[in-house]
Design a protein around this ligand. Structure first.
Ligand code: BGC
Length: 381
């Protein structure tokens, strides 16, 4: 009885001071406490970094997994609110996360049976998703500590993260030097620039795994969000979510998002592909030429007026509508994330490309530089 009371007396002023000096970052679900992220893992320091642009938008990012912990953007009344799912503490992220907000590598999405061949050599990856390898294996880039450096750029505050993945890490060939720069631009964008180089031929497909909910950061479902994807085709999958290799027209199917459409409108459709995905969990092929940064998708939440545009240099995007969320993940402010309370728009190359000769290649050779840029741009309407 006595100890907790003393605890309260000690913690009370500390909390007040932290809030007074801006030590805590406010999100719609409370505050993110940087102390809850400060820890050494394998000798490397983990911290929570705050980026704030000149319009007051704020992102908190930890160098553990490059995770975007919170992202506060205004609604149509100018009220800031968090729009991503996640946890209040580093321990929660280490314990159990369906990749909330993290960087994904070396390979975003699935590689069939965890196998590929490169330069005549067969490689076997960890089969961490049924028979397949998902999101880089057992300890992907979402679970490693990145080196972090805060930058002040003309575009806005930024966080540069670097990580060297050793030759053979998670059984991938080649030492892969990676750099990711998150910039919270003064145009209200979260811009993510990726770069990587290898010393042996390898496969690379990096992406970002924020679960967005523009209404309330996961307190309610995302079914009323209106999604638009500039795409005429998607890559159908088998029951284990491995692409069949076909590029199938979306016209006349629940996969047609060429005009903004509520996610809930067709999510329970009888389409076999929707059954395989347990909802949307597929890769869309953008209508695009070349590799310039281009607008490829948008997301609108009518009650808050929040509007998010997605621009990328990538050829595809995995749209996953949180089908596997079931209330067991208790996130920020104690929110239990129920079915379909967050959605991911993972711009990337197509799943299983190492085994699909007709998909755009994800092979990286020594001397080449892998780059990808994705922008999530926020406004209201
Ligand atoms: C995949 C889902 C998977 C989720 C992990 C998504 O990128 O497409 O199938 O369950 O990541 O939380």
């Amino acid at each position: 009885m006595f100890t907790p009371r003393r605890g309260l007396v000690v913690v009370g002023p500390a909390l007040a001071l932290a809030i007074f000096f801006g030590g805590f970052v406010r999100t719609s679900s409370g505050q993110v406490n940087p102390e809850a992220f400060r820890r050494k893992i394998d000798g490397a320091q983990v911290e929570l970094y705050t980026l704030k642009n000149k319009n007051g938008l704020e992102a908190t990012i930890t160098n553990y997994g490059g995770i975007v912990v919170s992202l506060s953007v205004p609604d149509k009344n100018g009220k800031l609110g968090d729009v991503v799912l996640g946890y209040d503490t580093l321990n929660d992220y280490i314990g159990n996360t369906p990749y909330f907000g993290s960087l994904i590598g070396r390979y975003g999405n699935r590689i069939a049976k965890g196998r590929f061949t490169i330069s005549g050599v067969d490689y076997q990856l960890a089969q961490n998703n049924a028979e397949n390898s998902l999101h880089g294996g057992r300890k992907g880039f979402d679970k490693v500590v990145w080196q972090a450096e805060k930058l002040d750029t003309p575009e806005g505050p930024a966080l540069k993260l670097t990580y060297t993945s050793k030759d053979g890490e998670e059984n991938y060939p080649g030492t892969l030097g990676c750099e990711v720069i998150y910039t919270l631009t003064n145009n209200n964008e979260l811009k993510i620039q990726y770069a990587a180089e290898t010393d042996k031929p390898t496969f690379v497909n990096l992406t970002h795994h924020s679960y967005f909910n523009l209404k309330d950061a996961g307190a309610s479902d995302i079914l009323g969000h209106e999604l638009m994807i500039k795409s005429d085709k998607f890559t159908p999958v088998d029951k284990d979510l491995i692409p069949t290799g076909e590029l199938r027209p979306v016209a006349g199917t629940p996969f047609d998002f060429s005009k903004p459409t509520a996610i809930g409108a067709r999510v329970e459709s009888d389409d076999e592909q929707m059954k395989f995905g347990r909802g949307y969990d597929h890769n869309w092929v953008f209508n695009r030429q070349g590799k310039e940064l281009e607008l490829v998708a948008s997301l609108y939440e009518p009650t808050t007026g929040r509007f998010m545009e997605v621009l990328t240099t990538e050829p595809g995007m995995q749209f996953y509508c949180g089908n596997f969320l079931d209330g067991t993940n208790k996130g920020k402010g104690g929110t239990a994330y129920q079915h379909r309370t967050g959605l991911c728009l993972e711009t990337q190359h197509f799943p299983d490309s190492p085994n699909q000769p007709d998909f755009p290649t994800t092979e990286l050779q020594p001397g080449e530089k892998y780059t990808q840029t994705t922008v999530y741009r926020f406004s209201t309407k």
